[in-house]
Design a binder for this molecule. Structure first.
Ligand code: G6P
Length: 619
């Protein structure tokens, strides 16, 4: 979830740009950079680590002199960026901005260029030379290739050659009064001040300077000068767009116009998953987790995988267990970290232990990981936070790239964790040769399509979910039933409901219903049944029939177009169709929204529920 800030106007802009980046820090980043154009030259400073390092490198705060610090006259046009590594390691060379061969064109990019390897090969063939491992640098060279004196046209031509989801902004030494940007799926917004304009990936970046904003839509190119912005579509046809007045205060700005962080984070899930899978699926037939630094021999020799985690991360692990066992045929044990660490577990050098913790600081998970490592197991941390304790305690680290999650109830970190577990499952299967090539590439294609399917599902389910919430928000109890891969979805859905709406809720393996929970059912009980397509769908449908026979209302979560649950449901909510093992990542979305809507209708603070903390560091 990189951040973009650009400025063109009459004021020296170095500090304005860095101040803008500071407002985007919540998106998460591992390096940052800034390019300023003055005197017909572009100067760049980049730094690994936080913005304090960039400030020092740029000669701000009295630090060492950077090129841009001494640029005279001070630049009044520039681009800045915070990067979260996807393609290429965390290095200064890979940080943005990136330049073309002549260093006249500089770009910053947020998102992923999917066809980067074809384009890189083509451009290399034509004599372009690259100085980074990133997909983003391709864009600078493409613009160079397409440039014939008109920067907007060069950007448009380049934009039309790219595939993926991204937003980028470019400047050219020969056009010291112009920035050009384009958007495909990643956010892009223009801030309009008095004789000065901003380009940003989110409004907070310029809110301290102007409250007038122009939203850029998918497939559009925008040319920005101090005098104004001109929006065109990918074919060059002008687009009329109204400038909006942003009425947000600082807190609302951080929420990006949403009422709560949780709702914003629910909507960030397509992006979080896209960033997480990005470069790890470099082609249709291969998963690349070489970043893990676990030798192929270790993976080939693993006897057992043990997953330890707490809370929502535990549920992500449960989904992962199904995926790994199904695809890689390695036995997986799942344990709650606070149980595992105190039960003198049998673990040793044949085991791979995966600690899942979005914060990387949960005391029980850290203790469970340490214990396993002391016993000789290979320990892998799955976390969202760079430099967290879990990353230091593990043999290898796999990062989710969900950006900072502020709402206490985990949402986007959950789906990003689940995406990582799918990647791991496929990678282990690939290393051990347990899937044939056709099935592997089928699953990779499905995985690549998930960000789109998450978006599609979020868009399509919201009205139905609201109707359920309206009908049930005063309820006394919610029951969630599922089988197989649907069960962790139920556990997570019920956890969301109890933690933010305070309505007692329980999740059960549907086959266990007859052993007790059936006694809870009456006409006032809403029963949420996860009945997406799977080998156990028929069994699930019989369970739903049993529930309805007791007068309870069945709200079913089903695979779009399946229709099989219609007879046994009072209300069906359809989620996008994908491979059955991948269904949880879309099936959870209506359950997150349901808990959210119910809690809001009850007037509760969903971002900070009572008695709960984002990270539990007390042993
Ligand atoms: C707390 C949070 C949960 C989270 C759990 C584990 O209870 O409220 O949302 O799932 O900790 O956190 P971790 O950072 O280890 O994933």
């Amino acid at each position: 979830m990189c951040g973009i800030v650009g400025y063109v106007g009459g004021r020296p802009c170095r500090d304005l740009l860095v101040a803008g980046l500071e407002k985007l820090e919540y998106r998460g980043y591992d390096s940052a950079g800034i390019s300023l154009l003055a005197d017909g030259r572009v100067e760049t400073v980049r730094a690994v680590g936080n913005l304090a390092n960039l400030r020092a490198a740029a000669g701000m705060d009295g630090g060492e002199d950077g090129g841009v610090a001494v640029a005279a006259p001070p630049a009044t046009i520039g681009l800045a960026h915070t990067r979260w590594a996807t393609h290429g390691r965390v290095t200064e060379e890979n940080a943005h901005p990136h330049g073309d061969c002549s260093d006249a064109i500089h770009i910053v990019l947020n998102g992923i260029v999917e066809n980067h390897s074809e384009l890189r090969a083509e451009l290399t063939e034509q004599g372009h030379s690259f100085s980074s491992e990133t997909d983003a640098e391709i864009v600078a060279h493409l613009i160079e290739r397409n440039y014939e004196g008109d920067l907007t046209e060069a950007v448009r031509a380049s934009f039309n050659e790219l595939r993926g989801h991204y937003a980028f902004a470019a400047m050219h030494a020969a056009h010291p009064d112009t920035l050009v940007a384009a958007r495909q799926e990643c956010p892009l917004v223009i801030g309009i001040g008095e004789d000065e304009l901003f380009i940003a990936s989110a409004i907070p970046a310029f809110l301290a300077q102007t409250r007038r904003a122009l939203a850029i839509e998918n497939g559009e190119v925008v040319t920005v000068t101090a005098a104004g912005a001109t929006v065109t579509d990918a074919a060059g046809t002008p687009v009329e767009r109204e400038v909006q007045d942003v009425s947000w205060d600082e807190e609302a700005a951080e929420k990006g116009g949403y009422e709560t962080f949780m709702r914003k984070e629910i909507d960030e899930q397509p992006d979080a998953v896209a960033e997480t899978i990005a470069d790890r699926l470099p082609s249709r037939d291969r998963v690349d987790l070489s970043e893990l630094e676990i030798s192929p021999e270790v993976i080939a020799g693993v006897r057992r995988i043990v997953i330890v985690a707490c809370g929502t991360s535990y549920h992500a692990g449960l989904v992962g267990r199904y995926a790994i066992e199904q695809w890689a045929r390695v036995p997986v044990e799942m344990d709650i970290a606070s149980e595992y660490r105190y039960r003198n577990p049998v673990v040793g050098s044949d085991d791979l232990v995966i600690g899942i913790t979005q914060s990387g600081e949960t005391a029980d998970t850290l203790a469970a990981m340490r214990l396993a490592r002391e016993q000789g197991a290979t320990v892998l941390a799955l976390t969202n936070i760079m430099g967290s304790q879990a990353t230091r305690d593990a043999d290898a680290v796999l990062y989710t790239r969900a950006g900072l999650e502020i709402g206490v109830a985990a949402t986007k970190t959950f789906t990003a964790q689940v995406a990582c577990m799918y990647l791991l499952g496929l990678w282990i299967a690939q290393q051990r040769g347990t899937l044939d090539d056709e099935r592997l590439s089928e699953l990779i294609s499905e995985l690549k399509a998930l960000p789109h399917k998450i978006q599609e599902t979020l868009d399509s389910v919201s009205e139905q979910v609201q109707a359920v919430a309206t009908a049930e928000h005063e309820g006394r109890f919610f029951l969630y039933l599922g089988r197989n891969i649907g069960l962790p979805v139920c556990l997570e859905g019920a956890l969301k409901m109890k933690e933010i709406s305070y309505i007692p809720s329980d999740a059960y393996a549907a086959g266990e219903m007859k052993h007790g929970p059936i006694a809870l059912l009456d006409e006032s009980t809403p029963v949420v049944c996860v009945a997406t397509d799977s080998p156990t769908l028929d069994k699930m449908l019989s369970n739903m029939a049993e529930v309805r026979a007791r007068g309870a209302d069945v709200i079913s979560i089903v695979t779009a177009g399946s229709g099989r649950a219609a007879e046994d449901s009072d209300l069906m909510i359809e989620v996008s169709r994908t491979d059955w093992v991948l269904q949880p990542i879309v099936a959870i979305l209506p359950l997150q929204l349901l808990a959210y809507d119910v809690a809001r209708m009850r007037g509760l603070n969903v971002d900070q529920p009572r008695n709960l903390a984002k990270t539990v560091t007390v042993e």
